[in-house]
Design a protein around this ligand. Structure first.
Ligand SMILES: Cc1ncc(COP(=O)(O)O)c(C=O)c1O
Length: 465
């Protein structure tokens, strides 16, 4: 094959296949070209839970123009910029008082998690706790696709690279929090939570608490597990164990944070479950921070962490070329200011909960819908072959992909994922733009319900059900 014969020049996804390409968008709709045909779709998952303001927002276009006039580039370790400072101050001011004191901005969620690991390690070194080198995260988790981020993750994509990831003895995995499958029929939620916390404490004490640096969880998981909300007492219990053993509590809110699941019109998902005093020591964010217009993500630092650095070396080693990029920070700031001014985090929280309740209702009788779970603007549907036994479909059948493609054919984007059930299992995620209207929520619910119904018919026809 010569270069001229290639169908694609992008080394990603399917190497020599042209995936659908987006041609344009307006608000919550995108126009996509697939196999030579052009179609308009309602963007039900905003790429990968990235969008907030929708496509082509006239104010954002104006802001981008203005931002380009006032900032281009400086290397942040030597010459900073006002906009990264202002964005950090915005996040701090719009989080519970005392939760955060500083931020570091970078280009992706994976990069944020990589940097968070180093910040945590340096924090312990600044305190003289040189033995703290172990990180505990969760089974069935996703924290990104760089080497460090994969090392704290647990999924098939990371497993494929296990031979070159950071040592398993140092990157430990506690039990996943997954009531739909793992809470026993006879077990109260409280007892289940206690079982999960006992598992964590056993790992900490079994490893020697003086060697454990951090516990890391996605506040509301997404692509890995489907949006299974933490039951009452779970995150609080992790907080208490971290305090007890001088361990950093890190929350990954790259997918669920920055307004997607905020109970009070704010920014953080953990505010659904924790008080300001119980908040994380360090938190990563991304996705809706730039609403897809700029590539920006970041790390939020609590006063506790910052103070230790201040009392110690007062320095962070290293920086990435595009850390704290002035243009990206200014555009993200203006986007966040607009979201706040229009009360859009409240809108997505309410619309999302409305959507979730409607999906639960409309899919209740579907023979393949095992669970509809989520919160605010982030929901998932898990598919099963047998609702009584909760048996998952065989992986090669790729039911999640069938549903994703069917939704696409019926005019809606959703995101299909596999592996929620310990390596098997199918679920789709739905995460609309913050500007989504009630009519569009009705459309999402009806297209998903129709598409799932069509897949059920096809599975019956082929004898898979
Ligand atoms: C919870 C979580 N953390 C980290 C990441 C990685 O972010 P990125 O793809 O921007 O590197 C993702 C991406 O989906 C995520 O869902």
């Amino acid at each position: 094959m010569t270069v001229e014969d290639q169908k694609s020049y992008i080394f990603q996804a399917k190497i020599d296949e042209q995936v659908p390409v987006v041609l344009k968008g307006e608000g919550t709709k995108i126009t996509v070209e697939k196999d030579g045909e052009t179609r308009e779709l309602l963007d039900g998952v905003t790429g990968a839970a990235v969008g907030a303001l929708g496509w082509g927002d006239p104010d954002v276009l104006e802001m981008i123009n203005e931002a380009a006039k006032v900032t281009s580039y400086s290397y942040p370790a030597f010459i900073g910029n006002k906009y990264s400072e202002a964005l950090a101050k915005f996040y701090i001011d719009n989080s519970p008082k005392g939760a955060f004191a500083a931020a570091q901005w970078c280009g992706s969620g994976s990069e944020s998690n990589e940097n968070a690991l180093k910040i945590i390690r340096q924090y312990h070194m600044e305190k003289g706790n040189m033995k703290k080198i172990k990180f505990i995260s969760r089974k069935t988790s996703y924290h990104g696709f760089t080497t460090g981020a994969m090392s704290i993750s647990d999924n098939a994509k990371a497993a494929a690279f296990s031979d070159i990831l950071l040592p398993k003895e140092q990157f430990l995995k506690m039990d996943v929090c997954y009531p739909y499958r793992h809470q026993k029929k006879t077990e109260t939620t409280e007892a289940y939570v206690q079982r999960l916390l006992a598992n964590l404490e056993d790992i900490i004490t079994g490893e020697d608490p003086e060697t454990v640096a951090a516990v890391i969880v996605e506040t509301l998981p997404g692509s890995s597990l489907g949006t299974s909300p933490p039951p009452p007492g779970y995150l609080n219990g992790i907080r208490k164990l971290c305090n007890k053993y001088d361990i950093v509590m890190m929350l990954d809110e790259v997918m669920c944070g920055t307004g997607r699941v905020s109970p009070n019109g704010g920014l953080n998902c953990w505010e659904n479950f924790l008080t300001a005093e119980e908040g994380p020591d360090i938190q990563t964010v991304g996705k809706t921070l730039g609403s897809g217009y700029v590539t920006i993500a970041g790390i939020l630092i609590s006063p506790k962490i910052r103070n230790v650095f201040l009392a110690g070396s007062g320095r962070i080693a290293g920086a990435h070329t595009y850390s704290g990029h002035g243009f990206n920070c200014l555009v993200a700031l203006k986007i966040q200011e607009k979201i706040k001014a229009l009360g859009l985090t409240k809108n997505i929280f309410e619309m999302g909960n409305h959507m979730g309740a409607k999906l639960q209702e409309s899919l209740a009788e579907s023979p393949i819908v095992g669970d509809v779970r989520g919160l605010g603007g982030f929901w998932s549907i898990e598919f099963v072959k047998n609702k009584d036994t909760k048996e998952s479909f065989p992986m090669p059948l790729n039911v999640t992909r069938l549903v994703q493609d069917k939704c696409f054919d019926n005019g809606l984007t959703v995101m299909g994922n596999q592996g929620c059930n310990g390596g098997v299992g199918d679920h789709i995620c739905i995460a609309p733009h913050f500007i989504v209207s009630e009519d569009e929520i009705e459309t999402i619910v009806s297209v998903v319900t129709k598409s799932v119904g069509e897949i059920v018919d096809e599975l019956k026809e082929t004898g898979e059900l």
